[in-house]
Design a protein around this ligand. Sequence first.
Ligand code: CA
Length: 243
Amino acid sequence: MAELLVVEDEEKIGQLLVSALSANGYSVVWRQDGAGALSAARSGSFDLVLLDLGLPDVDGIEVCRMLKRQQPGCIVVVLTARRDEMDVIEGLESGADDYLTKPFRMTELLARVRAHLRRASAGDFVQEVFTTGELTLDPAARRCLVRDQEVALRPKEFDLLARLASEAGRAVSREALMDDVWDRNWFGSTKTLDVHIAALRRRLADAADGMEPPALVPAITTLRSHGYRLELESRAVGELDQG
Ligand code: CA
């Protein structure tokens, strides 16, 4: 779960941010001034900081510089009510990765947060050949094998399986799957996801059942109101962790 730090002195906006981000599955810490933000950043490790520039104690831009010095890998998205161009530029020169002008739409903010976090974790996506049981996935060649027989998957089915395999044994939220396999601007029905999962299960099961003896392929488990998990044998988990 991504860890977010919200730095916002306005009670109402802070509460809205915390509840929207929590509802989207992020772990959120909220601080209302610069000193509090820096001390939270010293004691914790955050993937992304939402930083209001107009803080009661320290200037937000200074907070941004210090955050970036403390945690260079941390993404900082600046929230600003200051509309003039110079402040925006200065905000980016301070090391900020992105900015949103107040008032902003919550859907826009959530989309930006997701996009930043996804880019940050893009390296986690499987690149190498992945094997569990008798299932083999070769992303470079875009081949899916059960035992030694190729299973014809549609492009989105392949992407979905690769995304699940990138976190095999772990829960992957519907949101993450939709974002990574479809795209950040895809706001249609998430029924599409379930349809593709069902097709994927059927193709894997058909391939495995058609073999003598039936091949061992991992199940895709439905996690009610959360997402899906590609099951993994415990021994393969250890091998994957080392890799
Ligand atoms: Ca403020």
